[in-house]
Unconditional design. Structure first.
Length: 197
């Protein structure tokens, strides 16, 4: 399979790339342009990425910029970090990507436990996650050509200890469990699902 990983240089993207490229052709996309450059806040950049890649079997997104900070710092400008990044960035990956993906292909987006278990400093991420999950469920009933879409929704992950203090009482998700959540989405048959590793 030809799999595009957006956010390939991040913590999750790096791990997933190493795992999936053992068995499949992996196209690594991020702001720095490992294989191909993309800024998901720009629809034009997303279109350019797809044109350079050509057709593909699956897209995984682990990128999703949001604003992290205290409630008093939230305003229209800071809140748009998550709206234009994690929300519209991922939605546009699908809206534009549906014209390039092969029939029977799949999109896997990233949300997170903050959707249902909010924490201090993460109101922007909670809202963006919830919007993406709503989009996944709605898109699943309308995407054509047998194209599937799911989201993986982990809590804090073990390879990001800098975030542990923000998630008191949460057991970090192992990288292996995270990987298998993505495998379930990419290689399984389900669509419209929110997969919680």
């Amino acid at each position: 399979m030809k799999i595009v990983i957006v956010g390939a240089s991040g913590t999750m993207g790096t791990y997933l790339t190493k795992s999936f490229e053992k068995e499949h052709e992996v196209i690594k996309a991020d702001r720095n342009g490992i294989d191909v450059k993309v800024d998901i806040t720009s629809p034009e950049a997303i279109e350019s990425m797809y044109k350079s890649i050509g057709d593909f079997d699956a897209l995984i997104c682990t990128a999703g910029p949001t604003f992290v900070g205290p409630w008093k710092s939230l305003n229209d400008k800071t809140f748009r970090n998550g709206v234009e990044g994690k929300m519209m960035g991922q939605i546009n990956l699908v809206l534009i990507g549906q014209h390039y993906i092969k029939p029977g292909g799949s999109f896997t987006l990233i949300t997170g436990g903050l959707t249902h278990e909010p924490q201090r400093n993460f109101a922007n991420a909670s809202a963006a996650n919830a919007a993406v999950e709503g989009f996944v469920r709605a898109a699943a009933i309308e995407l054509g050509n047998g194209i599937r879409i799911n989201a993986v929704s982990p809590t804090v992950i073990e390879n990001s200890p800098q975030y542990f203090p923000f998630f008191p009482g949460e057991i970090p998700v192992t990288m292996k469990a995270l990987e298998y959540g993505f495998r379930k989405s990419v290689f399984g048959a389900n669509t419209g699902q929110i997969i919680k590793p």
